[in-house]
Ligand binder design. Structure first.
Ligand SMILES: *Cc1c(COP(=O)(O)O)cnc(C)c1O
Length: 415
């Protein structure tokens, strides 16, 4: 894309008028007076979520235990998995919705080690999402001293691949920098070393077109409450390549992953296919809003989402450089839109206070220690003009030095 300088607000208003995705904004219940740039952390609320939650609440009241069969609650993990499959290039039977991303990552990495019993090394990246690293650390500790977690510097995973590596576990789009791995090429290299490829799609599912089958990915998981808008604490999803459906052995062998849970037999027997990844009872109220959110994606073309996301990101970076020059910002995310996920990340030593000052003026982004300001791009409900208005607010905050106000120093637990 090329937009001639100098860009003005009118140019962005024009882009919105021609935006094929503009109609989707209506599907979201956004509060008045804010510009939401944090849909990469917690997606906005779909309008239809309220009715869906109310429907499930009524099913619970009226039908009690029968609702599990009557309203197909028990089938939701698999049925919702089929919807997500369409967004990530998977077969309808390759995906299931269950548990949190952290828990699923544990299952998948542990299952990968079992698939390569002669090998004892897990490889990941130092700048992977910390919860993923913690889960792998916990697993290695549980397994004992013969196992090892090797952490590569960003982009240097290939240097750690050898005949001892059982599994490589990476996040497709980095949570802090927005840098995106080449899913196809990296998976190819992992396979060339004889290892299993486990991908975390938390920052790419729902924002970047993904073709898991074409990339030959073995196993993947990803977050339900970020770009998929499932609601706070919505469960995550798991993808299992068909060649592993009936050989995968994950360690959290709860009853709903059993081939026949209501036999209540003493011995665990895994369910056929991807359902063996399930563990305990699914959170049906949470899945109600998640299901409502997934309906929105039914008539969304992910290529259009990606095109708009790249444009908005490019515009954001260009405008920050032009409008906020001299205020000490660095561009932390890749400038090349093809290597960037759906977020813009700026570096600034006063990042925390600047983010708080922006939030105070209704521009909601977030902060990642030690110095990164993150702005998530969610093309389904954001407008191009929001980018203009956000950057103008950033400029005002810097010019008027409002971020120096001591109230913006207070640290909340969630940043
Ligand atoms: C958001 C995110 C998670 C979330 O994990 P939960 O267990 O659902 O809290 C995991 N991994 C990555 C890479 C994330 O971005």
């Amino acid at each position: 894309m090329h937009i001639d300088d100098p860009i003005g607000r009118d140019d962005l208003v024009r882009l919105d008028a021609d935006d094929p995705l503009a109609g989707h904004r209506e599907h979201f219940d956004l509060p008045e007076g804010i510009l939401y740039f944090d849909g990469n952390s917690l997606g906005a609320q779909p309008r239809r979520a309220a009715a869906r939650i109310e429907q499930v609440r009524a099913q619970w009241r009226d039908d009690l235990i029968n609702a599990w069969n009557e309203h197909r609650w028990i089938h939701l993990p698999v049925e919702m998995g089929a919807r997500i499959a369409a967004l990530v290039g998977a077969g309808a039977e390759d995906v299931v919705v269950t548990d949190s991303t952290s828990v699923n990552l544990f299952k998948l990495v542990a299952a990968s080690l079992r698939l390569r019993p002669q090998r004892r090394v897990i490889v990941s990246e130092r700048d992977n999402f910390p919860s993923n690293l913690y889960m792998m650390q916990g697993l290695v500790e549980l397994l004992g001293r013969h196992y090892e977690l090797r952490l590569a510097a960003p982009g240097e995973v290939h240097e750690h691949l050898d005949e001892n590596v059982a599994v490589v576990c990476l996040t497709h789009v980095n949570f802090k920098t927005g840098a995106m791995h080449d899913l196809v090429e990296t998976t190819r290299r992992i396979h060339a070393a004889g290892a299993i490829a486990v991908w975390d799609l938390s920052h790419s599912a729902g924002s970047v077109p993904i073709d898991l089958r074409a990339a030959d990915v073995d196993l993947a998981t990803g977050c339900g409450y970020k770009f998929l808008n499932g609601g706070p604490g919505a469960p995550s999803f798991v993808y299992v390549h068909p060649r592993l459906h009936d050989v995968l052995a994950q360690p959290l062998t709860g009853w709903l992953g059993h081939a026949s849970p209501f036999d209540f037999s003493v011995e665990y027997r895994p369910a056929p296919g991807v359902a063996r990844v399930l563990c305990g009872t699914p959170p049906i109220l949470s899945m109600a809003s998640f299901a409502a959110a997934l309906e929105i994606f039914e008539d969304v073309d992910m290529n259009e989402v990606r095109t708009k996301s790249m444009r908005m990101g490019d515009l954001f970076v260009q405008l920050v450089e032009r409008e906020c020059a001299g205020h000490g910002f660095t561009i932390v995310c890749p400038r090349d839109a093809a290597r960037r996920g759906s977020q813009v990340c700026l570096g600034h030593p006063e990042g925390y206070r600047i983010v708080r000052a922006l939030v105070d003026r209704g521009v909601i982004g977030d902060f990642r220690a030690p110095n990164v300001l993150r702005f998530g791009i969610t093309p389904l409900y954001q407008r191009y003009v929001d980018v203009w208005d956000a950057v103008q607010t950033l400029r005002t905050v810097m010019e008027e030095e409002t971020w120096r106000n001591p109230v913006f120093e207070r640290k909340d637990l969630v940043t």
